[in-house]
Design a protein around this ligand. Structure first.
Ligand code: HEM
Length: 491
């Protein structure tokens, strides 16, 4: 009798130690129960809870969500150190990153040599198209003119930020990828943008499966009802049809001596691939690589441009200073080029301050530990998910004086020159997987912003002050709210 009781207690203790208690060498934090992790019962937003945990535990802590051990980093130094490490370079094998493929393709969600070669390939494309003849700059200029024409139609009226901004950003990617430019009202483009919206709306549901992978054992029909997997598959197939059609057109019309765009360049590498066995090139990989560029590069840039308009409407003094600088540097309405960047320090300062304050990707994009790793005095177990709190670093008084204040001047030195301060600034991430479209995004932000404020004033509509805080309906990202602006023409 006693022996059974003691054995029972021992078993309980073992079970507690093995499954219930957080291993001592992990960072402090929330652990909860096996399979479900720590489920908070609070009305606080996720972001508020993370700030509470930061206060309680410091710059590194864990939160087991479902079966996923999530590690959160809150200091710039830790983010830089962790994201520069080979052991943390991978993405988790979440549906969110794999788009339902067994092994993730493309660049944003892939790992290992495929990621490496696709990243190198895409960076080279961006560089080649951005240099010499500078095809990318002329594409951005062409889109700027289209944008200005559309903004002009809204002069004297209250209305949402012109849809043409999104079209301009998407067209620059289309141009780089496939040499295509759509009209603002093009039905095919509208269908494409709608598809992106649908895909974004439904991708939230698959993250639940990523946190609780054991739910994957449910019958398919139930999973489809709960997580809309079938819908996601349909949207993905539609994207693929889109891209496969273009890939076919490119294959039949391309001149190997004169590659026109990223598709041509990839198809040429595919031809050469048998001789270079380390790269697994395929049409599906190309299609997903393109999908990655649209998902990573369009809403991010469009939303930042929208935030720039909102901030400058709310801070008219900054708008006036920016316009004075543009008038001085770009007389006669010329469009900015990359060469003008050094002469537009205040414009650069405004863009950087908006990137800091809006912190579009507040929790960074997840990485994953590929093996048990020692970090900051703790053991980070293989499979842990690494999150880096960009928004928290951007508002941290260790790096920023009066972080809540919109102060473009913080980016200027005593002579008014732009000061490329890096410490505590990571809107594009940091380390080995840092945003590969950063240079393109920066170029678009500079050229579009300069052109819009060279030609127009933007303010809140009479009686409806703009709200620059992020839309609370979007829990994962800091997106601008849907609201009206008021545009007037400058002389
Ligand atoms: C203001 C605009 C943008 C912001 C704030 C932004 C931000 C980010 C962030 C935070 C990451 C995650 C880095 C990490 O994994 O640690 C990322 C990755 C990425 N971005 Fe951007 N991005 C922007 C524009 C663009 C553009 C224009 C493109 C390309 C057309 C692009 C393509 C990518 C890709 C492909 C990745 C994945 C890189 C990889 O996994 O190796 N982004 N971006």
């Amino acid at each position: 009798m006693y022996t059974e009781a003691i054995l029972g207690i021992l078993l309980l203790l073992l079970w507690w130690k093995a499954f219930l208690k957080k291993p001592a060498d992990l960072p402090p934090g929330r652990w909860g129960l096996p399979l479900v992790g720590y489920i908070p019962f609070t009305k606080k937003s996720m972001e508020e809870q993370l700030l509470d945990l930061n206060k309680e535990h410091g710059d590194i802590y864990v939160w087991r969500m479902g079966t996923q051990v999530m590690v959160f980093l809150h200091s710039y130094e830790m983010c830089k150190e962790a994201l520069g490490r080979q052991d943390f370079v991978n993405r988790p094998d979440w549906q969110f990153f794999t788009f339902g493929e067994k092994v993730a393709l493309g660049v944003g969600g892939s790992n290992g040599s495929l990621w490496h070669s696709n990243r190198r390939f895409t960076l080279r494309q961006l560089k080649d198209q951005g240099m010499g003849k500078s095809r990318l700059v002329s594409s951005v200029h062409e889109q700027t003119k289209m944008l200005l024409g559309n903004v002009r139609q809204q002069v004297g009226k209250s209305g949402p930020v012109p849809h043409a901004i999104r079209v301009a950003v998407v067209n620059v990617i289309w141009h780089m990828v496939a040499g295509i430019t759509y009209d603002v009202d093009d039905a095919k483009l509208k269908g494409f943008l709608q598809l992106m919206d649908n895909f974004n709306d439904y991708s939230f549901y698959t993250t639940i499966l990523d946190m609780f992978p054991w739910l994957g054992h449910l019958p398919l029909s139930l999973k489809n009802r709960l997580f809309y997997l079938d819908q996601e598959e349909i949207f993905k197939e539609r994207f693929m049809e889109y891209f496969y059609e273009l890939i076919e057109e490119h294959r039949s019309s391309m001149d190997p001596e004169n590659p026109r765009d990223l598709m041509d360049a990839y198809l040429m590498e595919m031809r050469e691939a048998p001789e270079r066995e380390e790269v697994a090139r395929s049409e599906k990989d190309l299609a997903i690589l393109i999908l990655d560029l649209f998902f990573a590069g369009s809403e991010t840039t469009t939303s930042t441009l929208t935030f720039i308009m909102y901030y400058l409407a709310v801070f008219p003094e900054a708008q006036r200073k920016l316009q004075q600088e543009i008038d001085r540097v770009l007389p006669d309405g010329a469009l900015a080029t990359l060469e003008d960047k050094a002469r537009l320090p205040y414009t650069e300062a405004v863009i950087h301050e908006v990137l800091r304050m809006s912190s579009l990707v507040p929790g960074g994009v997840q990485h994953c530990a590929s093996k048990d790793t020692q970090f900051a005095g703790y053991t980070i177990p293989k499979g842990s998910i690494i999150n880096y709190a960009i928004a928290s670093v951007h508002y941290d008084p260790r790096y920023w004086k009066q972080p809540e204040k919109f102060m473009p001047e913080r980016w200027l030195d005593a002579e008014g020159k732009f000061n490329t301060k890096k410490e505590g600034f990571l809107p594009f991430g940091v380390g080995k997987r840092v945003c590969l479209g950063e240079s393109l995004a920066r170029m678009e932000l500079l050229i579009f912003t300069a052109a819009v404020f060279q030609n127009f004033n933007i303010s809140s509509p009479p009686g409806s002050p703009l709200d620059i805080t992020p839309d609370p309906k979007q829990p994962m990202f800091h997106l601008p709210r849907n609201q009206n602006i008021y545009i007037t023409a400058r002389n």
